[in-house]
Design a binder for this molecule. Sequence first.
Ligand SMILES: Nc1nc2c(ncn2[C@@H]2O[C@H](COP(=O)(O)OP(=O)(O)O)[C@@H](O)[C@H]2O)c(=O)[nH]1
Ligand SMILES: Nc1ncnc2c1ncn2[C@@H]1O[C@H](COP(=O)(O)OP(=O)(O)O)[C@@H](O)[C@H]1O
Length: 195
Amino acid sequence: MAAPSHPNGRKGNLFIVSAPSGAGKTTLCSAVLNHFGDIRYSISHTTRPPRGSEQNGVEYHFTTRAAFIADIDAGMWAEWAEVHGNYYGTSARVLDQTLGDGQDILLDIDVQGAFQIVERYPDAVTIFIMPPDFEALRSRMENRGTDSPEVIARRLENARGEIARKDRYRHIIVNDMLKTAVAEMIAVMARYRQR
Ligand SMILES: Nc1nc2c(ncn2[C@@H]2O[C@H](COP(=O)(O)OP(=O)(O)O)[C@@H](O)[C@H]2O)c(=O)[nH]1
Ligand SMILES: Nc1ncnc2c1ncn2[C@@H]1O[C@H](COP(=O)(O)OP(=O)(O)O)[C@@H](O)[C@H]1O
């Protein structure tokens, strides 16, 4: 049997990052994961189609609505939600195994999913990424060039509701200058990792 990666049998840290679409969450998470090098990224399952160069099993596990719903009934999800018209979910098995091995893990999930995880794992460290202003969200999504105008409009509409719930997060980071936001997020996470 493989030895647990943490010698004290301590559980891993569970970091949750949420943000309205276009705030820069994906960019920030990949910078932070690169920096630490030993934090696992939780690959969600989704019914949304792949965009740009996304690959199955890398950014997401892409699945069908029928398969996703069957997995709800089978109790496979630690949390799941419908976001911008698609289903997204986190595997309970992967999450419990990772934390049990003493391995830190980062979840990039929406506000509904974040609250479900906090119910189930009260020690979860929640981080909300804010854009500097609403206009930045629009221009970042437009510049990213991966979504249709209809998809962008829907995501902008949903952003207000997501931002309205930001105060339930332990940490709020404004992603104005990318470098500053990355440094801030690293500092927040490093504090928990030292405990
Ligand atoms: N509840 C939940 N939300 C997720 C999960 N994976 C991704 N999301 C959220 O779904 C939303 C849309 O993600 P995505 O389609 O990748 O677009 P993005 O907003 O541009 O990153 C974002 O708020 C993600 O944080 C998941 O497993 N569960
Ligand atoms: N601080 C920033 N300043 C300007 N552009 C940014 C910043 N952070 C991210 N971006 C850009 O904004 C777009 C959306 O970022 P992304 O990380 O995909 O957001 P999200 O995952 O939150 O939807 C990308 O094209 C990204 O390069």
